[in-house]
Design a protein. Structure first.
Lengths: 77, 240
C-alpha cells in the first residue's frame, strides 16, 4: 500500500509553497511522524512528516520546485 | 485602524490566533491546517504588523482594541496567542470573560521570570540587511533551517512600510516593561525548553495548576518547530 505525502491545506490565502529540502532520500526507511521534507511558504518554513511507516518510495517533486496545496510530494510504501 | 482581523478559513466555533512581536497572520501557517476542518479560524494582526497600521503599543491597549473586532459567534471564542500575542490574549480574556472560552498561550510574554531577549526586541525594528535579519530571526528557533531567506526578505520588506520601524520600537519597549495580565484559570500553556527569546521559567511552570506542555529541542516558535505535537495538544485542549 502506498501513502501519498501531500502539501497540506494552508488556509484561504496560501495556495503554494516551495520544496526546500528533502530530509529523507528515496529508499530510506521512515516511521509515521518522522520529518521527511521541508517546504517554505511566502514566509514560513513548514516541516512535513511521514504519513505512515514504510520506505520513501518516490520523491515526486525536487527541491526548488513550487507546488500547489494538495499536490503529492512523494510516496511512502 | 489597528489591529486587523483576517478570516483564515474553515467553519465552526471561532478560534482567534494572535501572533507575537514582529510576526503576522502568516506565522500560523503550520497551525491553521490542524484547525480548519473543525473551526472557523481567524488571525488577528497586531498594530504595525502584517496589514495593520500602527496604533496602540501596549498589550492592554492592543487587547482593548481587539475586543471590538472579535468575530460574531454563538459559542464562546477560543484564543491562541503566541508571545506578545499571548499577553494580549490573556488581557482579551480578562476584558471579555463571557465571550472568550478556551485560551491557549504559547511562550506568552509577561508570564514567569525568564529574562526576555531585549536585543531581539530592540534589534528587530532596526534590521537593514538580509544577513542581519537571518541571524536575528534564527534566534527564534533551534533548527535554523526553519528560518529561510524568504522570511528575512519578507521582514525587511515589511519594515520599509511607513512608520513600522518607529511603531515596532515602541511596542518593543512596552513589551519589555508591562504589567502582565492574570493567567486565565484553565488556560493551556505551551513553551519551548530552548526558548532564547522568552525563556521558560521552570519554577513558575512547575508551580502552575494549569495544563502545561514544555517541549524539548524547541525554541520560541513551538507552533512551528514542534507543529505536530503542539497541534495535537491544541486540538485536544479545544475539544475537551
Amino acid at each position: 500500500m502506498t501513502t501519498p505525502i501531500l502539501v497540506p491545506q494552508l488556509g484561504n490565502e496560501i495556495t503554494e509553497a516551495e520544496v526546500t529540502e528533502w530530509v529523507a532520500s528515496e529508499g530510506d526507511a521512515v516511521k509515521n511522524g518522522d520529518l521527511i521534507v521541508v517546504i517554505t511558504t511566502t514566509k514560513m518554513a513548514i516541516e512535513i512528516e511521514a504519513p505512515a511507516d514504510g520506505t520513501l518510495k518516490t520523491i515526486a517533486v525536487p527541491e526548488g520546485d513550487i507546488v500547489e496545496v494538495g499536490v503529492t510530494l512523494g510516496e511512502v510504501a | 485602524m489597528a489591529p486587523v482581523m483576517h478570516h483564515i478559513g474553515g467553519e465552526g466555533p471561532a478560534v482567534v490566533l494572535i501572533h507575537g512581536f514582529g510576526a503576522d497572520r502568516l506565522g500560523w501557517v503550520a497551525t491553521s491546517p490542524a484547525l480548519l476542518d473543525t473551526y472557523s479560524v481567524w488571525a488577528a494582526e497586531l498594530p504595525a504588523h502584517g496589514t495593520a497600521e500602527p496604533g496602540p503599543t501596549t498589550p492592554i491597549d492592543i487587547a482593548q482594541a481587539l475586543t471590538d473586532m472579535l468575530p460574531d459567534s454563538d459559542d464562546t471564542i477560543a484564543l491562541i496567542g503566541h508571545s506578545l500575542g499571548g499577553a494580549v490574549a490573556a488581557h482579551v480574556a480578562a476584558l471579555k470573560p463571557t465571550r472568550i472560552g478556551k485560551v491557549a498561550l504559547i511562550a506568552p510574554a509577561g508570564f514567569g521570570d525568564g529574562e526576555v531577549a531585549a536585543n531581539f526586541l530592540r534589534g528587530f525594528p532596526k534590521l537593514q540587511s538580509e544577513e542581519d535579519a537571518l541571524a536575528l530571526l534564527r534566534q527564534l528557533v533551534v533548527r535554523e533551517r526553519l528560518i529561510m531567506p524568504q522570511m528575512a526578505q519578507y521582514v525587511l520588506k515589511h519594515l520599509e512600510k511607513p512608520g513600522r520601524r518607529e511603531a515596532l520600537a515602541q511596542i518593543a519597549e512596552a513589551a519589555l516593561s508591562f504589567m502582565p495580565p492574570a493567567l486565565p484559570d484553565d488556560a493551556l500553556v505551551v513553551w519551548g525548553e530552548e526558548d532564547a527569546i522568552n525563556p521558560p521559567d521552570n519554577a513558575w511552570l512547575t508551580g502552575l495548576s494549569n495544563q502545561a506542555m514544555v517541549l524539548p529541542d524547541t525554541g520560541h516558535l513551538p507552533h512551528v518547530e514542534a507543529a505536530t505535537k503542539v497541534n495535537r495538544q491544541l486540538v485536544a485542549y479545544l475539544q475537551a
